[in-house]
Design a protein around this ligand. Sequence first.
Ligand code: APR
Length: 262
Amino acid sequence: MLSDIEQLARAFNCAERVLIITGAGLSADSGLPTYRGVGGLYNGNTSEGLPIEAALSGPMLQRDPALCWKYLAELGRACLGAHANAGHRVIAELQRLKPQCWLLTQNIDGFHRAAGSPDERLIEIHGQLAPLYCQSCGQLEHDLAACLEAQLPPRCRQCAGVLRPPVVLFEEMLPEKALDSLYQQIGQGFDLVLTIGTSASFPYIVEPVLRARAAGSFTAEINPARTELSATVDVYLPGKALDVLPELLGHISGDRICKSTL
Ligand code: APR
């Protein structure tokens, strides 16, 4: 009888098309705060007495750019001060092993690209932190660190318009290109869908898991805390991504089933 992690390793080896979905929990092992759960950014209000979702919203960026940028800068400094971890590198290796292993991330830290995940199979559904762009003239600003050290909100060197990152703020639409890519891939079906470090708070994160399950494909979750998906997936691995992913890669490398049929 295979253990849960051995079942996941075998499902990976026997799969042709794989979707890995990641959330803030994967970068928690790099020292970045998560949004929900213990120590999450969204627990409680800002010092202005606002829910963080209001401070980090599209309307707030227009109404009070200095306030919105106060919290954008916190996220930016945290990301610039941290690095991809072994969990990101294992995911990049899984994508090297499987040409049709796709990665859907909610993270804006850029750590998947830094760890070697290929751009063409990386869907950043909440955008990225850089390069900043001017909301008035579109001018790009690549030096996020310099902007965060200067007076906030950062302004365009051409027209003095307020700059912003290409992230999805609350009350904003998801990027069309990323959504199109995601639904094009979901439409082709996946043999395995694995979520890592996400509270599964959004329908576009839950849907690929439920569709895979309905199609009889293998589903799995890696998270130290249970989520609404934990009782639904075939295998729920309670643990930190940084601990589970290297162990999973070891089982994948060591399992001979299915490989002989490739
Ligand atoms: N390894 C794996 N998972 C972890 C770890 C860890 N070391 N530490 C915490 N977690 C789990 C938590 O149990 C939680 O379920 O990571 C999850 C993080 O959940 P959220 O903070 O809600 O992050 P995420 O699911 O990515 O949120 C989605 O919400 O507000 C938006 O833009 C924000 O991208 C974010 C999105």
